[in-house]
Design a protein around this ligand. Structure first.
Ligand code: ZN
Length: 429
């Protein structure tokens, strides 16, 4: 009843039997021409109660169950698995979770999003623990996503849907992220379809930690901060971040609406007044480009070797010579067409100052050079993966640190590098 106030309701006194009365409540919606309810949601104690009495009355009257699906949620117990009871004093009041208790040090205010996060991650288990440590964990999980989204939103502040670049103009790591995003989005949609809200959160958290935070957002900073504002490589990274924002905002909206709405208010090109009026996300089938994995695998494997080497504290302090087979060279040229580059997509992934790409074994290896040998499986003939070997020669960077981009790419001491000088002389805008 839209617009009804509390005074429009009267307490019903005419009760035949509570199970018969509740079990025939479907007749109210049936009257509006709706054949069946999409969903009945209750605890497992209702198999013998409301679910059954509804089924009996529905079949007896219409030969049809009054619901299409049942979802059964668990019961909340305390952190030790004990049933909540006022006499034991272990009852967790939702208002206390949202607003905090008398002693805010012991019972801080988490807000309604954390309470909803906890409810969703409970994943319809029969018994669901709740208490301060569980809520604290939910708060930390939400904070991780909040922190990454803050970075993402900050970096698309001057971007909108008009500036989105076509897929073909993106770098391989951008396409790789869209591939991951495509599969994330599909799994989120499927999880919602089967009421697995915990899977939605788990998948978003995994993507945040593994793909966004520790990989993509950490490697694209030079493109975002140091190229000119309208540089197409910057716009390419922003294109990915824009799509990520859209998928995250809409995936999170049913579970943590306030946070999703907050994201929505920061997306400058939002045409709708609320995320809830903007519909579900659309994902481009072109992003599901499986071939991109074949390109990314060797680049990521080389990155892993460099990052895992304990003698290297920061790859940016090194120039890399990458000596490899012709097959691998052909693949890596997708990331760097020049022999040597400080601004290629490969250099961005590896985070070195310069990357030299060669198939010719170097004549001499300098004494201060760190040598790493590796191999990565690549598919040269479609479907057949063969290990291709490579050698990484990392020498301390030859050039000086650039005061602007903090990479060892400057020809003179205390001076910006050539790229930065060019950006500065043209104005960052
Ligand atoms: Zn620079």
């Amino acid at each position: 009843m839209m617009g009804a106030s509390w005074s429009d309701y009267n307490k019903g006194e005419d009760i035949l039997d509570i199970w018969f009365d509740s079990g025939s409540s479907w007749s109210v919606i049936h009257r509006d021409g709706i054949e069946r309810a999409d969903l009945y949601l209750e605890g497992s104690d209702q198999f013998g109660g409301w679910f059954q009495s509804s089924l009996l009355t529905g079949i007896a009257s219409n030969d049809l169950p009054p619901y299409r699906q049942l979802v059964v949620h668990g019961f909340a117990v305390d952190e030790k698995g004990k049933k909540m009871s006022k006499s034991i004093g272990n009852v967790v009041d939702p208002d206390t979770v949202i607003y905090g208790g008398r002693n805010q040090d012991k019972e801080p205010s988490y807000g309604v999003d954390v309470l909803r996060w906890w409810t969703a991650q409970a994943q319809l288990q029969p018994m669901v623990n709740i208490g301060q440590s569980v809520l604290q964990r939910c708060n930390e999980d939400l904070f991780k996503i909040r922190k990454v989204m803050k970075f993402v939103l900050g970096n698309i502040h001057d971007f909108d849907s008009e500036l989105l670049l076509p897929y073909e103009d993106l770098w391989p790591q951008d396409k790789y992220m869209l591939y991951q995003l495509y599969h994330l989005a599909e799994e989120v949609t499927q999880s919602y379809d089967i009421f697995r809200y915990g899977n939605v959160l788990g998948r978003l958290e995994k993507f945040t930690t593994a793909d966004l935070s520790s990989f993509y957002c950490s490697v694209i900073k030079d493109r975002l901060y140091c190229t000119s504002a309208k540089d197409r490589t910057r716009r390419a990274a922003q294109t990915v971040l824009y799509h990520v924002t859209n998928v995250f905002m809409k995936s999170l909206a049913p579970i943590i609406p306030h946070f999703a709405e907050e994201i929505h208010q920061h997306v400058s090109s939002s045409e709708e007044s609320s995320v809830f009026k903007s519909g579900w996300f659309t994902i481009d089938p072109a992003w599901d480009n499986h071939a991109i994995l074949n390109f990314m695998q060797p680049a990521l494997s080389i990155k892993e070797d460099i990052d895992g080497c304990t003698d290297i504290d920061r790859p940016v302090k090194y120039d890399l010579t990458l000596y490899c087979s012709h097959n691998l060279h052909n693949i890596l040229q997708e990331f760097q067409s020049e022999v040597s580059s400080a601004t290629s997509s490969l250099t961005e992934i590896l985070q070195t100052s310069y990357t030299h790409l060669t198939t010719v074994a170097p004549d001499t290896v300098p004494d201060d050079c760190i040598v790493l040998n590796g191999a990565s499986k690549v598919s040269v003939i479609e479907g057949v993966k063969m290990p291709e070997e490579y050698v990484l020669l990392l020498t301390p960077a030859r050039k000086y640190i650039c005061d602007r981009c903090r990479r060892f790419t400057a020809d003179k001491r205390r001076s910006p590098c050539e790229r930065c000088l060019s950006v500065l002389s043209n104005g960052w805008e």
